[in-house]
Design a protein around this ligand. Structure first.
Ligand SMILES: Nc1ncnc2c1ncn2[C@@H]1O[C@H](COP(=O)(O)OP(=O)(O)OP(=O)(O)O)[C@@H](O)[C@H]1O
Length: 286
């Protein structure tokens, strides 16, 4: 693994090291479990797409991994230790859903991205040359090197999302968790964002990505996990997903918005379309 002052840690190929392991985990808000019996193993270097209908529990799953909601039962292991015992929270980079920067934020792109270093250097820490270098590289990686000194409030929604991705990258995460990074971004910017994600994947970032628009990412995925009505109903390779898709009766009248977004896409068909999916190929490895 490259441990130099790079914005991302690179690896040669997906390894056997388990970075995230959920065992029969239930997550929710208050005492109410929204996502139940979730078992999931993610190895270093994997690119996992989390797909499923609106309100099925995808964000709840991401937040559960990050410890941002209640774990009602089951266990979460992060980098081999119980999630609650993980002190280096920066090892998990998070780009939250539908999040742009408030119009009232008066800061440059560089300043926002630099806050991504705080978990590493501490709130009272000072940015050193290496930190500044990492911030610059993160901005470069998302294609915003020339906007470093620009006030974020003047950037487009898509550019702001790229700033937030750069902020997550600046913390040198081992795993990047992104909740619909392309949602609410116009078509032209969707392509730019997709290119950014492809670049990150090519650099070997382990990624969990909730998305309705796999597009260019699809061929780079190692796993597809389907969440439906609060359960993981499918977990397998894209190839297994394609096979499962062919076995499953398609309900094209379903209201799952994946269909609306990309009628030609693989994710537009298959387990997502049914309310009676019996496919379960958990823990499959490429
Ligand atoms: N902070 C919260 N407090 C209480 N309930 C919540 C909270 N956030 C989400 N929920 C509920 O949990 C359920 C699953 O929501 P979640 O956001 O995980 O779904 P999702 O699959 O990410 O949906 P979408 O595709 O629309 O983003 C929904 O019924 C939602 O109302």
């Amino acid at each position: 693994m490259l441990m130099t002052a790079d914005a991302v840690k690179t690896i040669d190929s997906p390894g056997e090291e388990v970075v995230i392991e959920l065992s029969h985990a239930a997550f929710g808000y208050g005492e109410r479990a929204v996502l139940r019996d979730a078992s999931l193993t993610v190895h270093r270097g994997e690119i996992v797409a989390i797909v499923g209908p609106n309100g099925s529990g995808k964000s709840t799953l991401m937040k559960g991994i990050l410890g941002l909601n209640e774990r009602v039962s089951g266990s979460v292991q992060l980098f081999g230790v119980p999630g609650e015992d993980l002190h280096e929270r920066a090892r998990l980079g998070y780009v939250p859903q539908r999040h742009t920067l408030s119009a009232s934020v008066r800061a440059t792109a560089e300043e926002i991205v630099a806050t991504g270093r705080l978990p590493r250097i501490g709130w009272l820490g000072r940015l050193r040359a290496t930190d500044r270098q990492l911030v610059a590289r993160a901005l470069d990686l998302v294609g915003l090197a020339d906007r470093a000194a620009t006030e974020v409030s003047t950037l487009s929604g898509g550019q702001q999302r790229r700033v937030l991705i750069a902020r997550a990258l600046a913390g040198q995460p081992d795993v990047l968790i992104m909740d619909e990074p392309t949602a609410g971004v116009d078509a032209a910017n969707q392509h730019v964002l997709a290119d950014v994600l492809v670049r990150l994947i090519q650099r070997g970032v382990t990624m969990l990505i909730v998305t309705h628009e796999l597009g260019a990412l699809e061929r780079l995925l190692t796993r597809i996990v389907v969440v439906d009505t609060g359960r993981i109903t499918f977990d397998g390779t894209p190839q297994e997903y394609a096979l499962a898709r062919d076995r499953v009766h398609h309900d094209h009248d379903s209201h799952h918005h994946d269909l609306e977004l990309d009628a030609h896409h693989a994710v537009a068909h298959g387990p997502l379309d049914t309310d009676h999916t019996d496919i379960h190929s958990r823990g499959a490895r490429p």
